[in-house]
Design a protein around this ligand. Structure first.
Ligand code: ZN
Length: 666
């Protein structure tokens, strides 16, 4: 089993015992609905199921004060009236006689997951818990959170397993100030949070949720806040944040463990708070699918960060200020990304490598215009809810149109690679395309007439047909070297004549773009290890292969993936040609990341004979194993940085996922 699912039904016991519109949304059905949906989708059965244990008081003490732990322990015997009075001392919290038990189970579930991953029992996993944790502080409950599950898990991983570098990614729509406070001076825990901020007008209304809060003392640079100042952020905004902030910093930090504080309140369909049961349970399912290694759905919508003028206002009980936000900016997402890159650039080399001249926006935090909350029953809330439901059902339609494919990974190799050892769940494809079809394509190139080349072409075409017909998600095929370029030419033509609307070719090594291929926007040709950085057209880009880890990561995150996500291909071809120069971990990372933009549809074409090790690694990565490490981070060379800067300069106007800063206003 590669993925653990940790849960305990006792965690549904705590519930609100009095009227409180702010707190009633945190209810037991959040867990039961998610679990039901996991069963319905057949996902629970694919996971290693673990019953959560209670965390010990010593484990709670890794983060919380003894007085606070004893106060929460004491709530088990309080009357309802006393519970309500105590709850009133905190911001958006309620206690129930079973809260202490539930909260210890929530922490214990996180610790079990850490043990399961770090002992190698599983690759990854999800702990399905309540109460949540990221707002909870050393001596205070806050925002439904009692004990800080993820913070305790990080401390435990350091103490019990001797880890030195842990990355916490907090994708909840609210800022996890609790985690930030606990680790703000600790360089061994990197805390990244993106959150709705609206210049301080969104709960928890804190100055320290802004981009310029970077940590204290030794911990400077290890708190990374990405505040969204407008609502309605979509796929392009989040992908831009991933590529231009989170991933560069994460690769440079090189964590031994990643913990995700996975609140689902920014998901489609949720008007506010992570408490829309349908949206929440679909989100949980999609995350478990991703952990299991199933390809993600292709992203929908225009791939241009926050280009909407006059963002729509969506209410949130206890937090939003509709009509009172700052004037809508068409580049709000890029402004946020620019601010955080500027604030973090002194601490992270990778943010200084991409050639932008970051200018830190003056802080725009202000509390003066905070308005009263929107009531959940009010007309604005209802309208937002209706809009969110419509968005969710369109996403669900897309899910039905893109079911999980029968074969996740297929490998079509020839006799020369017969010794290759593959994971049991990878399909070793033996079949070939019909002879007539193969021969017809082979007539285009002399090099394909030879027996070995023709046999390989039949296998490649059969695999390609499987991908184009939706039977296979990703595939690996090989061909004798002299036939590689002609085979690639056939694969491109076959794909474009058989339904692929947009085909991305990532050609690594000495490979030329087929000369008579139309430059009509259906094919994006990206040559890595080109002789020079050049972009003769929007759809033909060439970049030299960087010589260092940092240079390679920058090239992938700042150029290859922004182009790939911006292009929204149906299929990605990755070709490792003569003298491609990629190390196995680099090739594995590239093939793994390029599954994202095309919903998992990737075909890798290799040279026959020298491919066994690489094909095995790629197949295992696509089946859910982490790619092998790239080695120690080393800074990009000035030449590599210059190549990237020059390409970005040429391409930024056309490819909207490339910019890392808002355009300068004259
Ligand atoms: Zn939240």
């Amino acid at each position: 089993m590669r993925t653990a699912l940790v849960h305990h039904e006792d965690m549904t016991a705590a519930r609100l015992l009095w009227e409180d519109p702010e707190c009633e949304i945190e209810r037991p059905e959040r867990l039961t609905t998610a679990l039901e949906r996991l069963r319905q989708w057949g996902l629970e059965q694919r996971c290693l199921q673990l019953a959560a244990r209670e965390a010990s008081e010593a484990e709670l003490g890794l983060v919380h004060s003894p007085e606070y732990v004893s106060l929460v322990r004491g709530t088990q015997t309080l009357s309802t009236r006393e519970l309500q009075a105590l709850s009133g001392q905190y911001d958006a919290v309620y206690f129930h006689p079973s809260t202490f038990h539930c909260a210890r189970l929530a922490v214990g579930a996180a610790l079990q997951l850490v043990d399961a991953v770090l002992t190698g029992a599983v690759h990854n996993g999800l702990a399905l818990v309540r109460p949540p944790g990221h707002h909870s502080q050393r001596a205070a409950a806050n925002g439904f959170c009692v004990f800080n599950n993820v913070a305790i898990a990080a401390k435990y991983a350091k103490q019990r397993h001797g880890l030195h570098r842990i990355l916490i990614v907090d994708w909840d729509v609210h800022h996890g100030q609790g985690i930030q406070y606990i680790f703000e001076d600790d360089p061994s825990v990197l805390y990244f949070s993106w959150h709705r901020y609206e210049h301080g007008h969104f709960w928890p209304y804190l100055r320290e949720s802004d981009a310029d809060a970077v940590g204290q003392g030794q911990g400077r640079g290890f708190t990374v806040n990405l505040p969204w100042n407008q609502v309605g952020m979509g796929n392009a905004d989040y992908v831009a944040a991933f590529l231009h902030v989170l991933l560069p910093v994460a690769f440079e930090f090189d964590p031994e463990l990643v913990l995700i504080s996975a609140g689902f309140d920014s998901a489609i369909g949720d008007p506010e708070g992570g408490y829309h049961l349908e949206s929440l349970s679909q989100s949980v399912c999609m995350v478990v699918k991703a952990l299991l290694g199933d390809p993600a759905l292709p992203l929908s919508g225009a791939m241009e960060p926050h280009h909407r003028f006059g963002a729509r206002k969506v209410g949130r009980a206890g937090g939003a200020t509709p009509g009172l936000t700052a004037p809508a900016s068409p580049h709000s997402a890029l402004e946020s990304i620019q601010s955080v890159r500027a604030a973090q650039a002194p601490h992270w080399k990778s943010l200084r490598q991409q050639g932008s001249t970051p200018i830190l926006n003056p802080s725009t935090y202000s509390l003066e215009r905070r308005a009263s909350p929107v009531s959940p029953g009010g007309p604005k809330f209802k309208a937002a809810e209706a809009q969110a439901s419509a968005a969710l059902s369109s996403l669900l339609d897309q899910l039905h149109l893109n079911p999980t494919l029968p074969v996740r990974t297929a490998v079509a190799l020839t006799a020369l690679d017969a010794a290759l050892v593959l994971p049991a769940d990878v399909l070793r494809q033996e079949g070939s395309a019909p002879q007539e079809e193969t021969r017809a394509w082979a007539r285009l190139h002399e090099a394909l007439a030879q027996d070995k080349a023709l046999t390989a072409l039949g296998k490649v075409l059969h695999l390609l047909n499987g991908i184009l017909d939706g039977q296979v998600s990703s595939g690996i095929a090989a061909t004798p070297e002299p036939a590689l370029a002609p085979t690639l030419d056939v694969v491109i033509r076959r794909s474009l004549s058989h339904g692929a609307r947009r085909l991305l070719c990532v050609a690594v090594g000495q490979l030329d773009r087929p000369t008579d291929l139309a430059d009509d926007g259906r094919n994006l040709w990206l040559n890595i290890r080109g002789k020079e950085a050049a972009a003769p057209s929007k759809f033909q880009v060439s970049v030299p292969l960087p010589g260092t880890t940092g240079g390679f990561v920058s090239c992938v995150l700042a150029l290859v993936l922004p182009l790939a996500y911006g292009f929204q291909p149906d299929l990605v071809l990755v070709v490792l040609g003569p003298a491609h120069g990629l190390q196995v971990p680099q090739a594995a990372l590239l093939a793994s990341l390029l599954r994202g933009p095309a919903g998992g549809r990737v075909l890798v074409l290799l040279e026959q004979g020298s491919t066994s090790q690489l094909a095995g690694v790629l197949a295992r990565v696509w089946q859910g194993e982490a790619p092998p490490g790239l080695g120690p981070f080393s800074m990009a060379s000035p030449e590599d940085t210059q190549a990237l800067i020059s390409l970005r300069g040429q391409l930024e106007a056309e490819w909207k996922m490339l910019p890392v800063a808002a355009p300068q206003v004259p």
